[in-house]
Design a protein around this ligand. Structure first.
Ligand code: MG
Length: 329
């Protein structure tokens, strides 16, 4: 690894290697080592997370970079059982950028903050000379108050069952078609959404949640592989139970991608105690009818994800590699 390649930002194998060899090595500490969606600090009282947004194009069906910048950070807090509360907003803008577009982006941020009951309390604005950055980059950092403790990707056991809250891959497929100028049916739109309301509903119903993770870069496949390693388990997924829309399937055929490797921005994977599966599913379906159980946890191949096909064959589902789609978020 001598220079940074686009693949180093893919949310998959190369990205993991860069993070562990450069950042984890230098910043090593107990909190960071947990590799959760947000750091748990102050004796488990607060969750703390940051994310930068470089998506291209800035506006796409279902959202824009502003909505994404709030959902991304707030969702990482929600995945730790935290209520998003305080955010910072740091913006780097290219000289010549339209003020009207900036106002539209900021209005989307405000709207999404309200869905989370969160506020921006600090920020920074920098302008770079024309041509030195591409339009705008937004960073948000957030603090959330933990409302359910001990949600962790390191604690999953064979007592858990694996669910998703909706059909997968919509964000990745939408960005791809927007970028390539492919005119798909208008029903293809990013899943970009704030997940705190659905997480709150699960917590309020006392669902026994073991782990939650939003399937952003690297998709569902990256989440399941991270979990299998972090919890030293085997996740067995039934391929035909994974919900994928016809539009997303169509884009995957064009791209030669697996829907499980496509990015999402309002889709999360849940590991919950088996005993609560019906109750959890009932709640999830109130938010999206496509919520479903996709698999179980076994000890068959520790640290591996197994995909069982409808035809009775099985294969390992690996962490995505290669460039995938750069600048997806
Ligand atoms: Mg996340």
């Amino acid at each position: 690894m001598e220079t940074i390649k686009l693949a180093h930002g893919n949310g998959g194998e190369e990205n993991n290697k860069l993070i562990s060899e450069v950042f984890y090595k230098a910043f090593e500490n107990e909190i960071l080592a947990k590799s959760e969606d947000a750091a748990i600090i102050e004796d488990g009282k607060l969750a703390f997370s940051t994310d930068s947004f470089t998506v291209s194009p800035l506006f796409f069906n279902g959202a824009n970079i502003g909505k994404l910048a709030i959902c991304g950070t707030c969702n990482d807090l929600a995945m730790m059982g935290a209520k998003p509360k305080y955010l910072t907003c740091s913006v780097i803008i290219e000289e010549g950028f339209s003020v009207k577009d900036l106002k539209t982006i900021v209005a989307s941020m405000k709207e999404e903050l309200e869905k989370n009951g969160a506020i921006v309390v600090s920020g920074d604005t920098k302008v770079m000379p024309k041509g030195t950055i591409d339009k705008i980059i937004i960073n948000t950092t957030g603090i959330g108050e933990i409302t359910k403790a001990n949600i962790s990707s390191n604690n999953i056991t064979t007592e858990d069952i694996i669910l998703v809250n909706r059909d997968i891959g919509a964000h990745g497929a939408t960005i791809f078609t927007a970028r390539e100028g492919i005119d798909m049916s208008s029903s293809l739109q990013s899943d970009c959404a704030s997940l705190y309301p659905v997480v709150k509903a699960l917590i309020d119903a006392n669902i026994n949640i073991t782990a939650l993770r939003d399937a952003t870069r690297g998709g569902v496949s990256a989440v399941l592989n991270e979990w299998s390693k972090q919890s030293n388990i085997c996740v067995e997924v039934e391929e035909d139970t994974i919900p994928v829309s016809d539009e997303v399937n169509g884009v995957c055929e064009m791209l030669g991608f697996e829907p499980t490797a496509l990015a999402n921005e309002g889709t999360f994977v849940l590991a919950i105690n088996k005993a609560d599966k019906d109750k959890a599913l009932e709640i999830l379906k109130k938010f999206n009818q496509n919520a479903t159980i996709i698999g179980k946890v076994t000890s068959q191949y520790p640290q591996k994800v197994v995909l069982n096909s409808a035809y009775g064959t099985s294969r390992f589902l690996d962490t995505p590699t290669g460039e995938l789609l750069p600048r997806i978020c």
